[in-house]
Design a protein around this ligand. Structure first.
Ligand code: SF4
Ligand code: SF4
Length: 444
């Protein structure tokens, strides 16, 4: 009988399995090529749909970043040739400040593409969340080139699906889990998390061979604070009655930050903000002022699977706000540092990724409801689209309470449950059009 081996509880803890899935089946080169082309075509199609009259010219920068992974891959390849390390991340709990301070570059890896999903079937069942299937399939089929360039992939222990995906992914890549507390709302959780973040910092130092210094960490915190600051200014533009930026452009801006260089992205958003302010002053808008304003909440909307937001904004409504971890939530919160010592900074960084989060995995649904209600007011949203990826259980299980609260406050809500395929486009479009009409009718 095999000896039961306990974990190795040290900084050296790695996510190695003693048993492996059999060597992955060779991917058919033609299937890989078709999937890669399909991914690029879908990205191009999304970008083409965004080219509307009056759109800010500063959006072209973000189009280029998202249309093809080539630009960022070139940067990362050059960085690696000089000995740099690339750290792939999932979800919104991986402290990017530490990755940057250790001299490495972070890259976010969630991928929403139906053409990846069949590749995950050799390792994962089909009745799990499509984003995990697509992300794993992207790694196996190499549709997402960023997987191949990562020296390590960090997966926070969030929902059950992500946890198991991490374990499976470890058959194909070097994976570090990042252990989150189950619930953020007690003091021990905060201490525990700080401990995990400190271990993460040590592992990064070992990976890169660079010590995280006080000045290095100060620099990376300030860099990402600047990123958050320009993003918040950008969001302020969306609170205005005059609509100078669409929901899709806004999502494109947020999602490009997940792969782009933080400093370059911050400069591009700063330029865009100046242009949007001018548009506001000159009353140049991209939607008429009376366009129904909807807020999206729920499951992530990983690129390039933008089916629901595309349908909404092609149905004469605007997504004026969203709270997705693949959108606003990724960038919204800064590290708040009261004391710029190493200890103070570590604590500020750890808190950033724990305290303000609304990820339903370790936050009570009431907190998420408060956040939805607050955002609805701030952005003057008239209705809520509850976007649910099929089999995303934690988001699904919160729906009935969210819906009951919205109903009690007279806020219209529509639940859209879907996957990445196109077969339900017609049905979703009909439901969204009827919802938009209802929102408009309520004004009268
Ligand atoms: S909602 Fe939470 S667990 Fe789910 S993908 Fe987003 S950050 Fe990860
Ligand atoms: S929270 Fe939902 S969408 Fe995110 S990984 Fe888990 S099951 Fe998938």
């Amino acid at each position: 009988m095999a000896k039961i081996v306990s974990g190795n509880y040290s900084d050296e803890y790695v996510f190695e399995s003693r048993y492996k899935i059999a060597e992955q089946s060779e991917q058919n080169p033609r299937t890989v090529q078709e999937a890669q082309e399909g991914y690029r075509n879908l990205a191009k199609k999304n970008i083409a749909m965004l080219q509307k009259p009056g759109r800010a010219s500063g959006m072209r920068y973000f189009d280029r970043i998202m249309e093809s992974p080539d630009i960022r891959m070139k940067d990362l390849s050059e960085f690696k040739q000089k000995g740099g390390k690339v750290v792939g991340v999932f979800c919104v709990q991986v402290p990017e400040e530490l990755i940057l301070a250790a001299g490495a570059l972070p890259i976010r890896l969630e991928c929403g593409f139906i053409g990846n999903m069949s590749a995950s079937e050799e390792a994962m069942p089909t009745n799990v969340c499509p984003m995990c299937r697509s992300s794993l399939g992207g790694a196996i089929r190499k549709t997402n080139p960023f997987f191949g360039i990562c020296d390590v992939i960090v997966v926070p222990t969030t929902c059950d699906c992500k946890k198991k995906m991490a374990e499976i992914l470890a058959n194909y890549a070097n994976v570090w889990p990042l252990e989150l507390p189950n619930n953020r709302d007690h003091l021990e959780a905060r201490d525990y998390w700080l401990g995990q973040v400190s271990v993460f910092a040590k592992k990064l130092e070992k990976l890169t061979g660079n010590k995280i210094s006080v000045s290095g960490l100060q620099g990376s915190i300030r860099k990402l604070q600047a990123r958050t600051s320009v993003f918040r200014q950008f969001l302020d533009m969306r609170k205005q009655k005059k609509i100078v930026i669409s929901g899709r452009d806004s999502l494109l801006v947020a999602q490009s930050a997940m792969i782009d260089d933080a400093g370059r992205w911050t400069n591009a958003v700063s330029d865009l903000n100046r242009e949007l302010i001018q548009m506001l002053q000159q009353e140049k808008t991209v939607f008429p002022e009376n366009t129904p304003r909807l807020m999206m909440t729920g499951s992530p909307m990983a690129w390039p699977s933008w089916k629901v937001i595309n349908i909404i904004e092609e149905s004469d409504a605007v997504v004026i706000a969203e709270d997705s971890c693949t959108g606003t939530e990724y960038l919204y919160n800064p590290a708040e540092v009261a004391d710029w010592s190493m200890k103070g900074m570590m604590s500020g960084v750890a808190d950033k990724y724990l305290l303000p989060t609304i990820c339903p995995v370790f936050v009570h649904s009431d907190d998420r409801i408060d956040s939805i209600l607050e955002r609805k007011e701030l952005f003057h949203a008239e209705g809520i689209i509850y976007h649910l990826l099929r089999l995303c259980q934690c988001i699904d299980m919160e729906y009935s309470k969210v819906n009951a609260v919205l109903k009690s406050k007279g806020i219209p809500a529509l639940r859209i449950e879907t996957e990445y395929g196109e077969e339900d486009v017609g049905q979703i479009k009909t439901r969204i059009e009827a919802f938009v009409e209802m929102v408009e009718a309520r004004r009268k």
